[in-house]
Structures are given as structure tokens and as C-alpha cells.
Design a protein around this ligand. Structure first.
Ligand code: NAP
Length: 244
């Protein structure tokens, strides 16, 4: 479904981002993996992708830094020729009730989750506009749709991502570029390691279980492929019915 396309996945070293890298590569895409600290995991993943027959490379880059992001994307374009798909997946949490949340906790989460996506979109925007095609997929969260106590910073960043998604979708629609958001519920990764299936919160998920990174990757594949060429500015929940 993605043969000869080049995809950049931020936060591709672990969790949902890693599953997206693997799913896109299975479907023929060449993969640029952006990571911030997990050098070993990113290197192991790119080796695995290369042995499956696609081109892959890892780039250490803190997406919260505009300069680092700009230079990583310049290098990616030099290495791969162009970019066709951007997945803004890098994300962090610093959960606390507002009463205990420090200004720095708020700024850090907004800087990675929201400004990081802006920083990456800035790099592909002129490329996609010029080639009159491209797919941007922003990984938001149901916390951005319905809020979540203890996540004022995170919910604000994920709600902001939805506004960013719709604006970029409107700006680039006439150029044939699609920009959509995915809003996952509880997905089994390092980020949710504290949650067990016995947690009462997990019990409140209508489907009765947490989701898997591979399930989010299937949805990302659809949004990255030709099958979704007439879908833009959309937010798709993948949450076992939690936020319905
Ligand atoms: P994860 O397992 O904690 O992985 C986070 C990824 O983001 C890692 O690859 C990490 O790189 C990267 N990253 C963190 N800060 C970065 C930075 N400043 N610059 C570049 N990369 C950075 O998280 P996950 O659960 O897969 O979550 C992926 C995305 O889905 C996030 O945006 C998250 O908010 C969203 N989401 C997750 C869930 C869930 O239940 N898991 C639900 C809704 C939404 P390193 O490995 O190098 O640290």
C-alpha cells in the first residue's frame, strides 16, 4: 500500500511509533525513524526494517527544538530524496493535578506534544505543497477530546493538535495534501505501563481491554495510503468505545 513512499515517524523507537514503522515498512515504505534518547532501540529497529527489504535510517532529534527538527528533516531529505508521509507521534506525559502541576511540567508537555508537531509540519509543508501530495497524521488522544483529571498539560497539547490538524488540512487541501488525527484511548505501551487489565479504569472500556500498538498502526496505514485520499481534517478515535 505504500510502495516507494518515504515516511517519517517521530517517536518511532518505541510503542505506537515503532508499530507504525513496522506496519509501513511491511507495506513497502522507506522509513526515517526519529527518536530522542533510545539510540539502541532505534538502531535495532532500523536494522530489522532494512533486513525486511526497505530503506531505513534513525535520526536523534528532540522535536521540541525547532533547530534540531529542521536539521533532522534536511538530512532525511538528503538521504531519501523526498518525504511523502509524516506521522507526528512523539509524545510525553507529566501527569499531576493542576494544584501540583509546575509551570515547567506544563511547558515541557506542550513543547514536545504540540510544538514538536508544528516544528515537523513546518519542514514538510513546502515539500508537500510543491509536490502536490502528502499525508500528515497527528497522534492526538481521547484526553484531548474529553479531558482527563491529572492531565491538564497533556489534554491541552492533544486538543491543540486537533486544532493544528484541522487548520493544516484546510491550508493544504487544495494541494492534495491530507492532514488527519488519530485519538487513541488506552494502548498498551511504556506510557501506560502502570495500567493492568485489572485496573477499574480499564474495566470501564466498553470493549473490556486496552488496545494494541499494532491496532493503531493499522489505522495509521489507512490514513497514509491512497484508500483515504478524500479524508482530511478528520479525528478518528481508536479506544474500544471509551470516549463515545
Ligand atoms: P512511548 O512508548 O512512551 O513512546 C514515546 C516515543 O516518543 C518514544 O519513541 C520516544 O523516543 C519519543 N519521544 C519522546 N519525547 C521525544 C522528543 N522530545 N523528541 C523526539 N521523540 C520523542 O509512548 P506511546 O504510548 O507509544 O505514545 C505514542 C504517542 O501516542 C504519543 O503521542 C502519545 O501521547 C499518544 N497516545 C498514547 C496512548 C497510550 O495509551 N499509549 C494513548 C493516546 C495517545 P525515545 O524512545 O528516544 O525516548
Amino acid at each position: 500500500m505504500l510502495r516507494d513512499k518515504t515516511a517519517v515517524i517521530t517517536g518511532g523507537s518505541r510503542g505506537i511509533g515503532r508499530a507504525i514503522c513496522e506496519k509501513f515498512a511491511e507495506n513497502g515504505a522507506n522509513i526515517a525513524v526519529i527518536y530522542s534518547g533510545s539510540e539502541g532501540k532505534a538502531a535495532e529497529l532500523t536494522q530489522k526494517l532494512i533486513s525486511s527489504g526497505v530503506k531505513a535510517n534513525a535520526y536523534k532529534c528532540n522535536v521540541a527544538s525547532f533547530e534540531e527538527t529542521a536539521s533532522a528533516f534536511k538530512q532525511i531529505i538528503r538521504d531519501f530524496g523526498t518525504i511523502d508521509i509524516l506521522v507526528n507521534n512523539a509524545g510525553i506525559t507529566k501527569d499531576k493535578l493542576v494544584l501540583a502541576m509546575r509551570e515547567q511540567d506544563f511547558d515541557d508537555v506542550i513543547s514536545v506534544n504540540l510544538k514538536g508537531a508544528f516544528n515537523a509540519i513546518k519542514q514538510v509543508y513546502p515539500v508537500f505543497a510543491k509536490q502536490r501530495s502528502g499525508k500528515i497524521i497527528n497522534i492526538s488522544s481521547i484526553s484531548g477530546l474529553i479531558g482527563n483529571p491529572g492531565q491538564a498539560n497533556y489534554s491541552a497539547s492533544k486538543a491543540g493538535l486537533i486544532g493544528l490538524t484541522k487548520t493544516v488540512a484546510k491550508e493544504l487541501a487544495s494541494r492534495g495534501v491530507c492532514c488527519n488525527a488519530i485519538a487513541p484511548g488506552f494502548i498498551r505501551t511504556d506510557m501506560t505501563a502502570a495500567f493492568t487489565e485489572e485496573n477499574p479504569f480499564v474495566g470501564s472500556i466498553p470493549m473490556g481491554r486496552m488496545g494494541l500498538p499494532e491496532e493503531v498502526a493499522e489505522l495509521a496505514l489507512f490514513l497514509a495510503s491512497k484508500s483515504s485520499d478524500y479524508i482530511t481534517g478528520e479525528v478518528i478515535r481508536i479506544d474500544g468505545g471509551l470516549a463515545m
